[in-house]
Structure formats: C-alpha cells, structure tokens
Design a binder for this molecule. Sequence first.
Ligand SMILES: [Zn+2]
Length: 260
Amino acid sequence: MNHPELELEIHLFPCLADNYGFLIHDREYGLTATIDTPEVTAIEKALVIKGWKLTYILNTHHHWDHAGGNLELKEKTGCVIVGPRAEATRIPGIDIQVGEGDTFAFGQHTARILATPGHTLGHIVYHFEHAHAAFVGDTLFALGCGRLFEGTAEQMWRSLQKLMQWPDETRIYCAHEYTQKNAHFALTIEPGNQELVARAAEIDRLRKKDHPTIPSLLAMEKMTNPFLRPTSREIRDRLDMLQASDTEVFARIRELKDRY
Ligand SMILES: [Zn+2]
C-alpha cells in the first residue's frame, strides 16, 4: 500500500472455545478498538502484544460472548463503548448508540453501520468501506449465518441481502470459527458447486494446521455460502423447492442447518 498511515490495522486472535477477537488500530490518531468483548484476558494480552491502548469497544449485539467483558474493560481502560441503539438496555456500559445508516468516525477511518436483525433483533454490523473490511458479528459466518434466536427467517434474509450489496473485495470478519462444520453442511445441499468443493478442501487444510479461516472475501461467500444462495438451481432442486420464494428456500436451509 502506498499510504501505510492510512491503513486500518486489524489484529485477529482466538477467544473462548471458538470465538475470534479483533483489534483495529488507527496509527495516525493512536486509536484502538476491540470488536466486541468475548474474553477480557485474551483482549488484554492482544493489546500488550501489539503495544496498543484500548480507546473503544464496538459491540455488534448483546450476547454474553460479545458484550460480557464490556464493564471490566471500560473500568480498566476508560474506553468508550459504541453499540446498537435497539439493544442499548442490554449492552453494559454503552456510551454511544448507533443504528442503520449511521457512521462512526475512527480516526481517519469511517465505519458505516447497518442494522441486521435476525440472530438478535438489534444486531448491527460495522463496514469500513475504504479498508474493505466488515465486522459482522453473528450475522454472516464463513459458509454460514447466525442462528435465528430472536428474528425471523424473512428478517435474516433481508439482512444478508444488505451485506451482499457490499463490494466483492470486502473482507468478512465473523465472530466464530465454525467454517469447517459449515462446509460439511453446505456440501450436503450443493455438492455440485465446484468452488464450494475446492473451498472445503482448502478449509480442511487450514484447520489441520489450526489456522483461522477468517476473514473471507464476500465474493467467495456469494459463490459458496448456501445462506447467500437460495437462488441456486442445484440447492432448489435438491430441496424440491424449484417454485418457492427465496425467503422460503433460505428458511428451509436454516432449518436443515439447525438440525444438522
Ligand atoms: Zn450471538
């Protein structure tokens, strides 16, 4: 890159059993944010490794493995907590409430916020357009999507369609390493998708070495993630849903995955 000072630095590290933590850093302004707070000790260790001082928490939704470390980190660092307006009463220590269409200025970088109800009703995602990076919490996973704990299939499909509008080169940072299991499921409903077959083999190679499969490119998700592919002829044929609406096919894929 020609202007390294403009680069959004992103540091990924494992938390808990299968969560990922992410620190983002703006060198010019000396700002550092953690995306969600899955595990305080892991986040603190990552801050020490990078030599960064925490200034923000950016929450995606209220679940304990995303906002459970908020208060401890705020108390220790004095950081400012940004989170979804629609879940403000459930986000510990929230200072700045954001929602659909809002922007959040992070030094030289700007995150555009989208509301993505489905996994929870107030779930939001952060899209750093110029950095081609998006932090999507538990809305979209590599080869998967979040479970519908609060919203409907219709809401989730609408949310995922919003993310599909982003540029193909957008790197998707999801919050869990579920990719290998997701790949096995995806192959049960679209085994003729050659990109999917190749990707599943690559995922097996990465996981064998305990390497992360995150981030993934949106272009790759659109080609291989069954939850973004209710229009796929092969999937519709296999589910005997050639005449169904996209929402109905999406809902069926979600049901099948819940039972997989
Ligand atoms: Zn969650």
